[in-house]
Ligand binder design. Structure first.
Ligand code: ZN
Length: 264
């Protein structure tokens, strides 16, 4: 469905930018700067009701990096950002297949989202409470060590350094927008931020391509916003890092299960 808004874009509460849009989508949902949701369920359903549908994707005209996905509800993503294809598929993973975030280094609105000692409901992360009965045991690479050792320490070093820079540059962009800095100056910093993001993604991909655990299905520590105590199935996945890459095998199976649920 195409529903034109009065104004292009969406709300950005932190720099004090508010737009009159069809779905009232807003950044900074739940206090997370890149989390982009709408709470206007009535408008959403009014628009969606014009066609039969199984699942909802909300495309938002904005160049800032952001999106959100809630299982069985909807997902959003910005379509003018360099990562829009990734954003769409990642958020689709949440809303369509109920996948968890596998990342754990970038800041989120919710700390300790998964209570200790409880197995998360999502199919792609585990607290490893019962190592003999892992939820993706049918997909495990034969004879893989559990938990599976990987180059976590050096990855964390690279990633945390970038997360710090990202936080700082995002703060700077917010401040400039709030103080109504000239558009050209804001754009210059935004371009720098985009470049840093691309460079970092490339570094991460190169790093993983050298790992001997690439392509293995095991139980890798670091997932679900927690560096310790939660585990993911593979070294890399669309639910873990940004870029043009596949879902890991476990996430892929989860997506297939839901497609079959709707289609068979
Ligand atoms: Zn995955």
């Amino acid at each position: 469905m195409f529903k034109p808004s009065e104004e292009s874009g969406c709300d950005e509460p932190r720099p004090g930018i508010f737009k009159n849009t069809a779905l009232n989508a807003t950044f900074n949902s739940l206090g997370s700067e890149r989390y982009l949701l709408t709470e206007d369920n009535k408008s959403l359903r009014d628009i969606a009701a014009h066609v039969p549908y199984d699942t909802l994707f909300i495309m938002i005209n904005h160049k800032r990096y952001g999106g959100g996905g809630i299982y069985n509800l909807y997902c959003t993503f910005t379509v003018d950002n360099q990562w829009y294809e990734y954003l769409f598929l990642h958020e689709f993973g949440h809303s369509f297949a109920g996948l968890a975030d596998e990342y754990y280094t970038s800041s989120v609105a919710y700390n300790e989202f998964y209570p200790r000692g409880v197995e998360p409901a999502e199919p792609n992360i585990t607290a490893l409470l019962d190592p003999k009965n892992i939820k993706w045991k049918d997909s495990l690479t034969p004879h893989i060590e559990i938990p599976t050792p990987w180059e976590k320490e050096s990855f964390d070093k690279i990633d945390l350094a970038y997360q710090k820079i990202r936080r700082e540059i995002n703060e700077k962009i917010t401040r400039m927008k709030r103080e109504k800095a000239p558009q050209a100056e804001v754009e210059k910093v935004e371009q720098e931020s985009d470049r840093l993001s691309r460079d970092h993604a490339k570094k991460v991909n190169d790093y993983f391509s050298k790992s001997r655990f690439r392509d293995k299905v095991g139980v890798f520590e670091g997932a679900g916003y927690s560096a310790k105590g939660l585990y993911r199935p593979m070294l890399d996945c669309l639910m873990f890092t940004k870029g043009k890459k596949p879902f890991c095998k476990v996430c892929e199976q989860a997506v297939i299960r839901v497609i079959k649920y709707y289609s068979e």
